[in-house]
Design a protein around this ligand. Structure first.
Ligand SMILES: [Zn+2]
Length: 395
């Protein structure tokens, strides 16, 4: 069964700009830095409850701000499409909502309260018009997303506790491609130390094991590793990498220091396991420390694992059909340049996840802005995707 174009057009027409924008403004106007999303979660839960949705609040390992779960189901068997968003924002000075010249400004407008409001509007219209042929829609909204303040554990717990659909859309600010693959990301931090105190170069400093030479050797080894990782490539996602972003040591030009710190990122492709990533890194630290007479501590910390979904997956094909219906454009398949909660849905639960949101600017700055036209577009694409995906139309 192909997409019912008349029904889809009726749903697109019914997307209500004032209601969508009202929701977005209300969400932006509640400050919610990571680990402090209780108030916004309470507000959202109450709003969806008053709006007639089936709402539950679940702690998912974070009782300070229980996640919001809202459902809307038909009584006909079909797939469940999940909309997932984070309610928290990065820790920057709060900017209240402001609507000006067709744009919404304010904390979280781009990342990702605007997109979440669009998903909510899609759910409302599907229900009001009884437009979902079968199945249902599940909305999940949570805290603890933004690093380094959050660790992603609330969404991980939601997934592990079974608050999942058969496919997920995440309205983060990415819209120029259909991301079917994404690299994994780990951050590394290492500390090179030697015994003793900092000492003047001519008072014995010259005879100490040098943490700076050891650091240089470590960087050389890491560079060699990056060069060999460059051979692991993916046609859409590029190459694996090991990137050194920071290195600090020394206090005075003629003093032998006792410590050097080094940090950066490791990114990998589907097919490489995080356990391998950890093991390779540990081996380099061990060998360098051994050769240089210093101690090297530290390691890699997982942010999100790599993922890949099939271009033939029903979520991909129905999403593409919906996108084309709404915008008349086909999205090229591509890679997700960042990591987000979508990686976790694919890796932890084995369900497909597509990150797609408004063409917004200023994420992780105090200049967040999203065009209202983009919020309407996302609401329409989400609603039409649900119509096809939930019905089982593998267009
Ligand atoms: Zn975000």
């Amino acid at each position: 069964m192909a997409l019912d174009r008349d029904a889809a057009a009726a749903v697109c027409d019914a997307i209500d700009q004032d209601r969508l924008l009202g929701t977005a403004v209300a969400l932006v106007d509640i400050p919610s830095p990571t680990r402090a999303a209780a108030q916004i979660a309470d507000h959202l839960g109450a709003m969806l409850d008053e709006g007639g949705f089936e709402v539950a609040r679940v702690e998912a390992g974070w009782p300070d701000a229980p996640a919001v779960i809202a459902r809307f189901r038909t009584d006909r068997p079909g797939r469940t499409l999940q909309f997932n968003g984070h309610l928290d924002t990065v820790h920057l000075p709060f900017v209240p909502a402001r609507v000006e010249a067709g744009n919404l400004y304010g904390s979280g407008a781009a990342d990702m309260k605007g997109g979440l409001a669009a998903a909510i509007e899609a759910m409302r219209v599907l229900r009001d018009l009884r437009a979902l042929p079968a199945g249902g829609v599940l909305l999940t909204a949570h805290d603890l997303h933004e690093a380094p303040w959050g660790d992603g554990s609330q969404v991980d717990t939601l997934i592990d506790e079974g608050y999942i659909g058969d496919g997920v859309l995440l309205p983060e600010y990415l819209c120029d491609r259909l991301p079917v693959v994404g690299r994994g990301l780990a951050l590394f931090e290492t500390r090179v130390t030697r015994d003793g105190q900092p000492v003047h170069e001519v008072l014995g400093g010259i005879d100490q094991p040098s943490v700076i030479h050891a650091g240089a050797e470590l960087i050389r080894q890491l560079r060699a590793m990056d060069q060999s990782l460059a051979e692991k490539t993916h046609p859409l996602a590029g190459r694996e990498s090991l990137f050194v972003g920071q290195m600090h040591s020394g206090e005075i030009y003629n003093q032998a220091p006792t410590e050097l710190t080094l940090s950066g990122t490791r990114r990998w492709l589907p097919g490489t396991s995080f356990l391998d990533v950890e093991r390779q890194f540990r081996e380099i630290l061990y060998e360098t420390a051994h050769g240089e007479g210093v101690r090297i501590e530290g390691g890699v910390k997982l942010a999100r694992d790599a993922f890949e979904i099939s271009p033939q997956d029903p979520l991909v094909t129905t999403f593409q059909a919906a996108h084309r219906h709404v915008t008349e454009a086909v999205l090229p398949l591509g890679a997700k340049p960042f990591v987000d909660d979508g990686n976790c849905f694919v890796e932890r639960a084995g369900i497909p996840a597509i990150t797609h949101g408004p063409n917004a600017l200023g994420a992780h700055t105090i200049e967040e802005v999203v065009p209202i036209a983009e919020l309407l577009r996302v609401a329409r694409v989400y609603a039409v995707t649900a119509m096809a995906f939930c019905a089982g139309d593998d267009v």
